[in-house]
Design a protein around this ligand. Structure first.
Ligand code: ZN
Ligand code: ZN
Length: 361
């Protein structure tokens, strides 16, 4: 708790120091994940207002007690109506140029606010906050390593449950049980357990399809631990594979390994994506329809973005995934994903599963 008392004021002061450069008198946060990051409040709704010398957390009656328990150093104000609460705060504080994140405000709320404001102006500064949570501090890194250890342990435990005739749906349930027993607070996203032709769908949902010989089984899994996400994908083989399947697995593994080897501070995200994509080459490149990776933190998908057209640059303390895939429609798919911490000359892999081809019999 002692440590947390310093973390949140430290994060808020980073924002406060930016206000003058952004030419705004205050900043309204509506994104509940950013509010959690800056204040420690874990509720599902609220407003954080940051001014150069003070901050306020606005919540509705459901969260007044919780916010007072979770948030130190920031006064908590209860509102009956969210728009009213924001207008009242803007007027009381005398804010004129007010920053906000357009991506987190509905058109309806924007219209309501602007109709009620007089000479005050709302200014979208979303682009300037893009990397707000991208650099992880030591506390965050510790929590993310723990989240990764829990989800890897759950995948490892699941291997023993994979039997002929069991369904994707049953395996997804077992996976969640293993993870919750290992200490997961919740899933970071709905688990993907996709076998055979279903593994060719990058975002498949578990079905009643039964596991059978010759299947690839793609398991994309992540948990939340104290708010922080993990993200890992293993592709297992069930029974004997064809030579083409075995060869394709090795190609995706090489793409994964080459991309991981390219990660270091100051490398462009598009370069890392290219390292993976070029291994797939002309033959298989057309079957890799998504980016090579993404940032992970309080959200499972956050900045930066590792993709061909990304302008992002990787820097130390960022945590990103590397997840090349290969999906042959109607037949099978392969994805191999690790979550890594960017370091000065390399990266540290958080996720624990070995990515050599595992054949389960
Ligand atoms: Zn994933
Ligand atoms: Zn991912």
């Amino acid at each position: 708790m002692q440590q947390e008392n310093k973390i949140f004021p430290g994060r808020i002061s980073v924002i406060q120091r930016k206000l003058a450069d952004l030419k705004i008198h205050g900043l309204i946060f509506l994104n509940i994940i950013n509010i959690r990051y800056l204040s420690g409040f874990t509720g599902s709704d609220g407003v954080l207002i940051i001014c150069p010398d003070r901050s306020f957390l606005l919540v509705d009656g459901r969260y007044t007690t919780q916010a007072a328990l979770e948030v130190q150093n920031i006064p908590v104000i209860e509102y009956k109506d969210k728009v009213e609460g924001i207008i009242q705060a803007i007027k009381d504080l005398g804010l004129k140029h007010i920053g906000f994140e357009a991506v987190s405000m509905s058109v309806d709320m924007y219209n309501q606010l602007t109709q009620r404001l007089d000479d005050e102006v709302l200014i979208n500064i979303g682009d300037d906050l893009k990397f707000l949570r991208a650099y992880k501090d030591e506390t965050e890194i510790t929590l993310m390593k723990k989240a990764a250890a829990i989800s890897s342990a759950a995948i490892a435990a699941l291997i023993r449950d994979i039997k002929p005739g069991c369904t994707e749906r049953e395996l997804a349930l077992q996976l969640e049980l293993h993870a919750r027993r290992a200490g997961a607070d919740q899933l970071a996203f709905e688990a993907i357990v996709a076998a055979g032709e279903n593994s060719a769908l990058p975002h498949a949902q578990p079905t009643d399809r039964k596991i059978k010989a010759g299947d690839f089984i793609v398991i994309d899994f992540g948990v939340k631990y104290k708010g922080y996400c993990s993200d890992e994908t293993c592709t297992f083989a069930f029974g004997q594979l064809t030579d083409q399947q075995k060869n394709a697995y090795q190609i995706v593994k090489q793409a994964h390994d080459d991309a991981i080897a390219a990660i270091r501070t100051n490398v462009t995200a598009s370069t890392v994506d290219h390292c993976a994509r070029s291994v797939l080459g002309e033959k298989y490149g057309q079957y890799f329809p998504h980016g090579t990776g993404h940032g992970v933190g309080l959200e499972v998908h956050e900045a930066p973005r590792l993709a061909p057209n990304s302008q992002d640059v990787l820097e130390a303390q960022m945590v990103v995934t590397v997840e090349p895939g290969l999906y042959i429609p109607g037949l099978w798919g392969i994805r191999i994903e690790d979550t890594v911490l960017v370091k000065e000359n390399s990266c540290e892999i958080f996720t624990k599963m070995d990515k050599q081809l595992l054949i389960i019999n």
